[in-house]
Write a protein that binds this ligand. Structure first.
Ligand SMILES: Nc1nc2c(ncn2[C@@H]2O[C@H](COP(=O)(O)OP(=O)(O)OP(=O)(O)O)[C@@H](O)[C@H]2O)c(=O)[nH]1
Ligand SMILES: [Mg+2]
Length: 237
């Protein structure tokens, strides 16, 4: 992982982002810059969304709860030998700060839904977050990862690992029990989103390549048939 890390205050960088968007197509970057992956971190208040994100981008542990309104971060990483620039949106878990939800649900490419293994209510809310995504992005195959955070607090555990696995199975997504405090499985959770986004793109691009190839083949076949028909040997005497 490289050191290109930064927290963007949305209001102060908004103009910059607009300028970039004006000269670049969506998600693309100038030739020598890595592809940007838009990741949204969701979950109930206090489950550790900010702590997980901060561990990922700055290798430090946030040991107090400062309810988030909305923060964004950028972090470069090399994943499976390919550079990636993760644009991470750390969202509000507190209901009073959730007005922007539909907007970020629309532009996210991958979603991390977090709960705390010490908080059963946050686990029950996971399906609600999934429904929120589906409501805004109906019929789309959305890259998703389920994160059960605070697994270092074993004595306070209220949700078992098996329950987490079962829920991930139901959602059809990877599952990690993480600890922001110990920095465990944090990278894995973010990387799994990038991997899913990449494989979704590969699947999307493959049939197009095939159909392009098929079109080319049929053009060649057509030209060849015409030529063949027009050659003298093909004329009946
Ligand atoms: N022991 C332990 N504490 C954690 C862990 N992750 C977060 N915490 C603590 O949990 C509290 C809440 O963490 P935050 O990251 O602020 O939670 P949040 O989900 O961003 O909360 P909102 O911004 O209000 O939605 C803080 O006191 C963190 O120090 C963890 O993995 N282990
Ligand atoms: Mg937060």
């Amino acid at each position: 992982m490289t050191s290109d890390t930064g927290k963007n205050n949305k209001s102060s960088t908004g103009a910059n982002e607009k300028n970039q968007a004006a000269v670049q197509p969506m998600h693309s970057t100038p030739r020598n810059l890595p592809r940007i992956y838009k990741v949204v971190v969701l979950g109930d208040g206090g489950v550790g969304k900010s702590a997980v994100t901060l561990q990922f981008v700055s290798h430090s542990f946030l040991d107090y709860h400062d309810p988030t309104i909305e923060d964004s971060y950028r972090q470069q990483a090399v994943i499976d030998g390919e550079a990636a620039l993760l644009d991470i949106l750390d969202t509000a878990g507190q209901v009073e700060f959730t007005a922007m939800r539909d907007q970020y649900m629309r532009c996210g490419e991958g979603f991390m839904i977090c709960y705390s293994v010490t908080d059963r209510h946050s686990f029950q809310e996971v399906l609600e977050y999934r429904k929120l995504i589906s409501r805004v992005r109906a019929n789309e195959d959305i890259p998703l990862v389920l994160v059960g955070n605070k697994f270092d607090l074993q004595s306070q555990r209220k949700v078992t690992t098996e329950e987490g696995k079962a829920l991930a199975h139901q959602l059809g997504c990877p599952f990690y029990e993480t600890s922001a405090a110990l920095r465990q499985f944090i990278d894995d959770a973010f990387y799994s989103l990038v991997r899913q986004i990449r494989s979704k793109e590969r699947i999307r691009d493959t049939p197009r390549k095939h159909s392009r190839w098929r079109r080319l083949r049929s053009i060649f076949a057509f030209v060849f048939r015409r030529k063949h028909r027009n050659t003298p040997s093909n004329y009946s005497p």
